[in-house]
Every structure is written in C-alpha cells, then in structure tokens.
Design a protein around this ligand. Structure first.
Ligand code: HEC
Length: 170
C-alpha cells in the first residue's frame, strides 16, 4: 500500500515535471483590472476565431471580413495599448491588430479561400509568438495540492475507432 502510494506520487511528479520548469517569459506588471480585461478579450479572440472558421466553411467571406474587423486597432485600442508598459509587447500587439488583421480582411475581400486560410494561420502564429514572450502572472503562482483522480467518462463511440488508436498508438 505504502509502495503503491510512493509510486503514484513519483508518477505524478514525472508527469507534471513541466509544471516545475521556471517560466522565463517577460512579466507585464499591470493593475489587476487591466490584466483581467486583457485576459477577457483574449478569451473572446477564440470565440471570434470559432465564428470565422464557421463562416469560412460556408464560404461567407463577408462575415469573415466583418468578424476580422473586430481585431483592427481603433482609437480606444491605441489608448489601452499605450498603457501596457513594454515596447516590444506594444510593437507585437500593434502588428497583430494592424498588419495581421488587415491581411485577413484583404484575403476575404478577394474571396480567396487559400489566402484567407493562410492569413488566419499567420494570425494564429502571432498569438503564439506573443504568448511565447510575455505573461501576466507571477512565477511561482498560487499553488494547490494535486487533485484526487476522477473517473474519466469516454464517449462510447470513441472505442469503435479501434484503428485510430492503433495507427496513432494511443
Ligand atoms: C501582443 C501579445 C498577444 C497577442 C498578439 C495575443 N495574446 Fe493572448 N495573451 C497574451 C498574454 C501576455 C497573455 C497572458 C499569458 C500568461 O500570463 O501566461 C495571454 C493570454 C491568453 C489567453 C488566456 C486567457 C485566460 O483567461 O487566462 C488566451 C485564451 C489567449 N491569450 C488567446 C489569444 C489568441 C487566440 C490570440 C490570437 C488570435 C492571442 N491571444 C493573441 C498576449 C497576447
């Protein structure tokens, strides 16, 4: 029993080892309200991306253009950005909200599916580039003990795709 527990603890440690790697990204030290505002808009970005992909699957380029235009830099956006306190972050955010968003709009206006997908791909690349360099929370952040494992419910039809597990070695 004791051995099993030690084994489990060790397993948790190894599986979770990345969680112990120090986060060396630049921390933006912002007031709580500003940070929460930023994270709220970030979460909204994923919703916009969801709707853009939906519109694209219907070849509704007018909708794609309209949705991508939410990402353009407006007057209020400039004021908010100026208060982020880091030149590199501001430069990346400006490029994202100008060059990046304009690329999607231009491709959608031409109703060019490949170019629109490509512009979305580079746009996502900009999300990743910024996330790779900046963070908003201190390291180490709030810590809690590991949660007790739960029973995971797998959709019943998942097991019908035996070949998926075979070919992808899962
Ligand atoms: C110019 C920088 C920048 C760009 C561009 C950017 N983000 Fe972020 N985003 C951040 C930072 C900084 C955080 C906080 C990350 C952290 O503390 O680990 C963040 C956090 C997030 C989060 C976590 C939200 C939460 O509730 O914790 C999501 C989701 C997210 N971004 C989505 C996106 C998506 C999708 C895009 C592109 C369409 C994007 N971001 C573009 C800087 C950026």
């Amino acid at each position: 029993m004791k051995n099993k527990l030690i084994f489990l603890l060790l397993l948790c440690f190894f599986l979770d080892i990345n969680a112990f790697a120090k986060d060396n990204r630049t921390l933006l030290k912002l007031p709580y309200a500003t940070r929460e505002d930023m994270l709220r808009s970030m979460r909204k970005y994923i919703g916009t991306m969801e709707n853009i992909l939906k519109a694209l699957s219907k070849k509704d380029f007018v909708k794609v253009e309209e949705l991508a235009s939410y990402w353009l830099l407006g007057e209020q956006g400039k004021i908010n950005l100026a208060l982020k306190g880091n030149d590199q972050f501001i430069a990346m955010a400006v490029e994202f909200h100008t060059t990046g968003a304009v690329e999607i709009i231009k491709a959608a206006r031409k109703k060019n599916l490949e170019a629109t997908l490509m512009s979305l791909s580079s746009f996502f690349g900009r999300c990743n580039a910024c996330h790779a360099n900046f963070r908003l929370t201190e390291w180490p952040s709030t810590d809690y003990p590991p949660a007790a494992p739960k029973v995971i419910k797998i959709p019943s039809d998942y097991n019908e795709h035996e070949w998926i597990r075979r070919e992808y070695k899962k």
